[in-house]
Design a protein around this ligand. Structure first.
Ligand SMILES: Cc1ncc(COP(=O)(O)O)c(C=O)c1O
Length: 367
């Protein structure tokens, strides 16, 4: 079976976890602090704050921006639900803007249409491992005095114009969930170059406690702390981030070469100046292929090839967002893509023979 994802757990990760367990200091401590330092350095950012998930990091980012009830945050409906939920968690309104067919990411022209006096921030997503359309959104944010929270949960190590993910906003959130390009079982990171955002997000992670005085709470916060057990895994993975990403990029380019010119199969595009780290290699299956996307999935399954749909339903069609007044037809591009996308195995554990099998199966199944 060629799995759609497979975390790498080697002797280095196992030894690092055992060392933490033996030390007796298992909760957030010195190993987490070391991961924060190394992660910030890797991204080329001043600060990194560790969390127990990417969702928590996103929530902390919005809190640090001052997003609260009465405010609005613009984001994409074509993403994992955790991009948008933290907006609701802060009591603000989720305002979706449709995506572009070219890169699956938020369309700056659509964002402009959604801005009003209540708008506080934008959350663009580096979906599948490619940085969003930063130049256009940065200008929009600057012109309208809005903050940008980069959802880089799928994009550790991705680059645009020589800068790494984590630098394309006032803050950026990463996920270290088990299937991500690097992982710590569960975990997250918030990066920023802003001292105030750094301070507030650290406070938020620990019940709003003052940095200076223990048991003095300056605001509502949560228990979003991680553990040194998870951080130990993350540190080992971070050392190999570039190696893992290189293998993903190599696999993606082999898939692109092999799947080129199959009618009805639209391949992922890499933008100029972009290093796409292929958290997912996502094709689109259109009518011209002669078989539906779901028929292709069944066929691949029978051949022992795992695949995934990220994401099968645009967020605005889920009940807790529909309560905000959204309905079918509101975001036609996101709705169309949700019916076409198919992600193929691309992780570092996928070898050249596996790639050949995937390509052959997709060609064989064509009607
Ligand atoms: C785009 C996106 N945003 C947010 C998240 C949330 O991260 P986590 O699962 O670590 O909370 C994920 C990861 O699953 C993601 O892919």
């Amino acid at each position: 079976m060629i799995n759609i994802s497979k975390p790498y757990i080697g002797p280095e990760e196992i030894d690092a976890v055992v060392k933490v367990l033996k030390s007796g200091q298992v909760v957030q401590g010195p190993v987490t602090a070391k991961l924060e330092e190394k992660f910030a350095k890797y991204c080329g950012c001043k600060y990194a704050v560790a969390f127990n998930s990417g969702t928590a990091a996103l929530h902390a980012g919005l809190y640090a921006f001052g997003v609260e009830a009465g405010g609005e945050v613009i984001t994409t409906p074509f993403t994992f639900v955790a991009t948008a939920n933290p907006i609701l968690m802060q009591g603000a309104r989720v305002v979706f803007a449709d995506v572009s067919e070219k890169d699956f990411n938020i369309d700056p022209e659509e964002v402009i249409k959604k801005i009003n006096k209540k708008t506080k921030a934008i959350i663009p997503v580096d979906l599948y491992g490619q940085i969003y359309n930063f130049k256009a959104l940065k200008k929009i944010a600057r012109d309208n005095d809005l903050k940008i929270l980069e959802d880089a949960c799928q994009a550790v190590g991705a680059e645009q114009d020589g800068k790494r993910a984590g630098n394309f906003g006032d803050a950026a959130a990463f996920s270290l969930y088990a299937t991500k390009n690097i992982m710590s079982a569960e975990g997250g990171m918030l990066t920023t170059n802003n001292a105030e955002i750094y301070k507030k997000s650290k406070m938020f992670r620990h019940h709003g406690q003052s940095e200076e005085r223990r048991y003095e709470y300056l605001d509502l916060g949560y228990n979003y702390r991680t553990t040194d057990i998870c951080a130990a895994i993350g540190l080992e993975q971070l050392k190999r981030a570039d190696k893992f990403n290189k293998q993903r990029i190599k696999n993606a380019s082999a898939l692109t070469k092999g799947l080129a010119r199959i009618p009805g199969i639209i391949l992922p595009q890499v933008k100029a100046g972009s290093v796409h780290v292929f958290h997912q290699y996502t094709i689109r299956v259109t009518d011209e292929y002669g078989q539906s996307r779901d028929e292709l999935i069944e066929f691949l399954k029978k051949k022992g090839i795992g695949c995934g749909i990220y994401y099968p339903k645009s967020l605005h069609l889920h009940s807790h967002f529909q309560k905000q007044g959204y309905k079918k037809g509101d975001f036609p591009v996101a709705e169309k893509l949700a019916g076409q996308v198919l992600s193929l195995p691309v992780h570092p554990g996928v070898g050249a023979e596996d790639i050949k099998q995937i390509i052959a199966a997709i060609k064989l199944n064509k009607k």
